[in-house]
Design a protein around this ligand. Structure first.
Ligand SMILES: C[S@@+](CC[C@H](N)C(=O)[O-])C[C@H]1O[C@@H](n2cnc3c(N)ncnc32)[C@H](O)[C@@H]1O
Length: 482
């Protein structure tokens, strides 16, 4: 039943797009009665209006409004859950309207998404989900929209999520990718790129998308030479990571990490285990001859540079870290303080550095499709055209990385994406042009299972519990240094 059929008398005259009616000016006061939902709605709005990142905006708002405990947990669940499920929620909301979704005022749509998420994916009672949402939207967009929001949400609540999916999802036989995409709330093009990388449109694609839709645990790195993973796990109450010797997994929902003592003392940092494994691989690939000069060509904000720097310090090497954005270069300086790392603000394609490096890590700018689970709204913000722009830059940076490497030295190419354009496409073409040898990267991920046929490594949330990082290792041809 659509909204016209079921709730005609409740619908407002027309809460038109771009004409939201009377609104309060300036920042709205947090509602004392419902601080959690107020924060969630304000973050969703900031994401939409200012391109804010939910995982940065939310903790800041919680801190500023002094929201803690159960309210903070509820705000987190509602904000991230709604942002992640946005496309699916929109499909369902659209099915309850008698006009295009684009005609609904954006402020009202934020509220409808938040309300629909509560109805479909939480155990919050229907009455509480609807009434609280109506109250919030009324405060933001005016009383005239209250009946409309109430009516739409009541129509949403007539089915549970599974029933909506049965109603709306494409046929699984005819369109398996479209079906899996909708069932796991992913854009179709993202699901297709996963399917192409996995070589599967069936159960494994479904598992990969489901893992990508789940809230991930936070991974920490115990800084080599500062603290061991065992010690860090004991202090934080986490578990030692299965593959990285420096990794610790925290339980989901661990509190404010900025408050964590090991992080405050710079003994540990937040870093996905997949990122740790790729940085370690960059130090493991055998080079022929000297092994003292390392380069991190796209280093900001410095997670991998800090790990490289610590390992370089232990082995007597030094690291040059290049970053285009000055503010990100400053972050590298901060996290590599005391380590043998020199930071350069430059374009990696024309860094002006003297070449002849023994090892180069290129952790290239990428679509981030491999870390969507950590950035709730990202899957709806990214566009297929982003990838085309990025692959050109990635190819240029990889060619520059090979130029800066001495004969016999190695380049490790990493992206946080499984998209074949950014992974195999960039590497095979650039390696061919440069005449570089492709090494079997699986050898530098000891103990990590399910790495496929090689020579590249593609990690996956559903197989490894990591972000979907890609890693290729190339050796520059030519004479070796003594
Ligand atoms: C994937 S991030 C690197 C993450 C980093 N390795 C870490 O572990 O923290 C890519 C970085 O490359 C930088 N970047 C983008 N274009 C660049 C260029 N042409 N030269 C150098 N750095 C660039 C971005 O600003 C971004 O900080």
């Amino acid at each position: 039943m659509n909204q016209r059929e079921g709730n005609r008398e409740r619908r407002p005259s027309r809460p038109g797009h771009g004409r939201p009616g009377p609104r309060k000016e300036g920042p709205r006061k947090p509602s004392p009665e419902d601080p959690a939902r107020r924060v969630a709605l304000d973050v969703l709005r900031a994401v939409r209006e200012r391109d804010a990142y939910a995982n940065l905006a939310l903790p800041e708002m919680l801190r500023n409004r002094r929201i803690t405990g159960r309210d903070a947990a509820l705000a987190t669940e509602l904000t991230y859950g709604t942002a992640r499920a946005q496309g699916l929620l929109d499909e369902i909301i659209a099915a309850c309207l008698d006009r295009p979704l684009a005609k609904v005022d954006a402020l009202v749509l934020d509220g409808l998404r938040l309300g629909a998420y509560q109805l479909l994916r939480t155990r919050i009672p229907q009455h509480a989900a609807v009434t609280s949402t109506v109250d919030l939207v009324r405060a933001d967009a005016g009383s005239h929209v209250a009946g409309f929001v109430n009516a739409v949400l009541r129509t949403v609540s007539e089915k549970d999520e599974e029933a909506w999916l049965d109603h709306l999802a494409p046929d699984a036989e005819k369109d398996p990718i479209g079906n899996a995409a909708m069932r796991t709330s992913h854009p179709r093009w993202v699901a297709r790129s996963f399917a192409e990388a996995l070589g599967d449109k069936g159960p494994e694609l479904q598992a990969a998308l489901e893992a990508d839709d789940a809230r991930p645990s936070v991974h920490l790195i115990a800084r080599p030479g500062e603290i061991t993973a065992d010690e860090l796990a004991a202090i934080t109450g986490g578990d030692v990571a299965p593959y990285s010797p420096y990794g610790v997994h925290l339980p989901t929902g661990s509190g404010d990490l900025a408050e964590s003592e090991p992080i405050r003392q710079h003994l540990a940092a937040v870093q996905d285990e997949g990122s740790q494994l790729c940085a370690i691989a960059a130090t493991k690939a055998p080079v022929q001859g000297s092994d003292e000069r390392w380069l991190d060509l796209c280093a900001g904000p410095g997670g991998k540079a800090a790990l490289l720097g610590a390992l370089a310090g232990l082995s007597g090497a030094t690291v040059d870290a290049v970053e285009l954005a000055p503010h990100r270069a400053r972050l590298i300086e901060r996290v590599t303080e005391g380590l043998p790392v020199t930071v350069h603000v430059a374009d990696g394609r024309e860094s002006g550095l003297d070449g002849g490096y023994d090892r180069v890590l290129l952790d290239a700018p990428c679509s981030g499709l491999g870390a969507l689970r950590r950035r709730p709204e990202a899957r709806w913000r990214r566009q297929p055209s982003d990838v085309a722009d990025l692959t050109k830059l990635q190819g240029q940076l990889l060619a520059a990385a090979l130029d800066l490497t001495r004969p016999g030295g190695v380049v490790t190419y990493v992206v946080c994406s499984p998209h074949l354009g950014e992974t195999e496409g960039v590497v095979s073409e650039t390696a061919r042009r440069a005449g570089a040898e492709t090494l079997d990267a699986r050898e530098f991920f000891p103990g990590v299972p399910l790495l496929g046929a090689g020579p590249y490594v593609q990690l996956w949330p559903h197989r490894h519990g990591t972000d979907a990082m890609f890693c290729a290792v190339l050796r520059k041809p030519g004479e070796t240094a003594a």
